[in-house]
Design a protein around this ligand. Structure first.
Ligand code: NAP
Length: 446
């Protein structure tokens, strides 16, 4: 690996990289099949990724014709890394076993360990015989939509494919590692003005927020739309507020500390609610919600943005969905992609049907959407909300930070990159976009 790393750092060209021998093994962050019971009886919030995520040498799998090996310079923590590490809602080995039964190449994935991670930036080392558009030496980021292009259901919108998967969550050989194995149709150009770690944090959350808000498959937001964004300084939310601002909308961010309020103000979001300070108690107990608290929240929302929101950007789930359905305007849309606080949702259906509101489910993004969202990062129109960086050896601590909601924006992980700040090629574009804007979250973080 050290030879490969040195070559990348020295700016070796594609031919030189292709000529280097590939290692038989590489270091990756993994969970173990034999440990899936380790948190039995432990409260969800107390399950500790530091105990279940290990960094170990694993064998380099054979490369399928439509795949590429990527030397991963940096990756990031997504919430799905947390889910994998706490074996919730299901251990991920079931996904790997199902993939294992699909084909000979799929069988490589069903192992006793799962190398996790659904983001990466790095350099292509080798491509399979069927790959046309990418060559060794290409600097790339990786999106996580893993589709079977021989399945008719994967065409039109590949997120509707019957066997669509998320790479590094429902497949093995993910991005929190020195080498990743990806399908060629997951590759996208690396933003030239960003470092490896700034480039690595975007693809999953940025593409998801793009589909939810911008794409016709999501909310198809219009200029002037008022958009309530839960977790507005978190992974998804920090991209969502950028899309609202870029698209001529009016964002209202909800966060949980004065520091996050200040960060969002610095980011250009004027209307921000600190939900802790507001002390909204949507749930009276485990079974009953309090409509008067929805009303109080709605009044605060209206007070800040003048009207009820056209769109509510939902992902906390059980704790907030009742309030989200209530506060959306007549005819408004609640677009949801997750349920961090619980997936058995309750809301008052009268507020939905009598006011002609809709709820739309959304999940990651197809290649087109991921590519378009990545292009906006490449142009400097979407900024990387990188707030903290950990070495691969401390991936458990990085995931712990996200699990405990101690972070802002995105946490980057250095895989092969020996330090932060490497990999920037276009300094002029960086200057034009603005160092201060690019590093805003990093300066707020740890
Ligand atoms: P994140 O970085 O942890 O941000 C989520 C934010 O939600 C937190 O910062 C927190 O902000 C807020 N939040 C958490 N619990 C809340 C609650 N009970 N009430 C109100 N707000 C709450 O995570 P993320 O990357 O944005 O991901 C969020 C969720 O979406 C996760 O469940 C993840 O698995 C899912 N996800 C789904 C997809 C998909 O394609 N379907 C893609 C990406 C992520 P404050 O504390 O500041 O309010």
């Amino acid at each position: 690996m050290s030879e490969i790393l040195q070559a990348v750092l020295d700016g070796a060209d594609g031919a030189e990289l292709a000529a280097l021998p590939l290692p038989e093994s590489y270091r990756g962050a993994l969970v173990r099949r034999e440990e899936i019971q380790m948190f039995e009886g432990v409260d969800s919030a107390e399950k500790d990724p530091r105990k279940s995520l290990h960094v170990e040498e694993v064998a380099l799998p054979e490369l399928a014709p439509d795949e590429a090996y990527v030397a991963v310079m940096a990756s990031s923590i997504n919430f799905n890394t947390v889910w994998s590490a706490i074996f919730e809602p299901l251990p991920t080995f079931g996904f790997l076993d199902r993939l294992g039964k699909e084909s000979t190449w799929g069988a490589r994935h069903a192992l006793g360990y799962h190398v996790v991670g659904s983001d990466a930036s790095g350099v292509v080392l080798k491509v399979g015989s069927a790959v046309r558009n990418w060559k060794p030496g290409a600097k790339v980021t990786v999106h996580c939509n893993y589709v079977d292009d021989q399945d008719p259901s994967s065409h039109d919108d590949s997120m509707l494919a019957a066997n669509q998967r998320i790479w590094g969550f429902e497949t093995n050989f993910g991005g929190l590692a020195e080498i990743a194995v990806v399908k060629a149709n997951q590759l996208m150009p690396k933003p030239t003005h960003l470092s490896w770690e700034e480039s690595a944090v975007n693809a999953l959350c940025n593409s998801t927020s793009y589909r939810m808000l911008v794409s016709k498959n999501g909310a198809g937001m219009s200029q002037g739309d008022r958009v309530l964004v839960w977790g507005a300084s978190g992974g998804l939310g920090s991209y969502a507020v950028q899309y609202v601002l870029n698209g001529g909308g009016i964002p209202l961010g909800v966060v949980s500390s004065p520091e996050k309020v200040e960060l969002l103000h610095d980011f250009g979001v004027d209307a921000v609610i600190d939900r802790r300070a507001g002390d909204y108690r949507f749930w009276l107990d485990e079974f009953h919600q309090d409509e008067s608290e929805w009303r109080r929240f709605g009044k605060d929302v209206r007070g800040l943005i003048g009207e009820d929101p056209d769109i509510v950007f939902e992902h906390p789930g059980r704790q907030t969905m009742g309030a989200s359905v209530f506060v959306a305007k007549r005819g408004g849309l609640i677009v949801t992609c997750a349920a961090t606080s619980g997936y058995m949702i309750e809301y008052d259906n009268r507020h939905l049907w009598m006011k002609l509101k809709s709820i739309k489910g959304s999940h990651f993004a197809n290649y087109r959407e991921a590519w378009d969202a990545n292009a906006l990062v490449c142009e400097g129109k979407i900024l990387p909300p990188l707030s903290a960086v950990y070495p691969l050896a401390e991936v458990g601590e990085a995931a712990f930070q996200v699990h405990r909601n101690l972070h802002e924006g995105k946490i980057g992980v250095l895989c092969l990159a020996p330090s932060e700040g490497l990999g920037i090629d276009d300094h002029e574009l960086r200057e034009r976009v603005g160092e201060d804007r690019i590093t805003l979250f990093r300066r707020h973080g740890v």
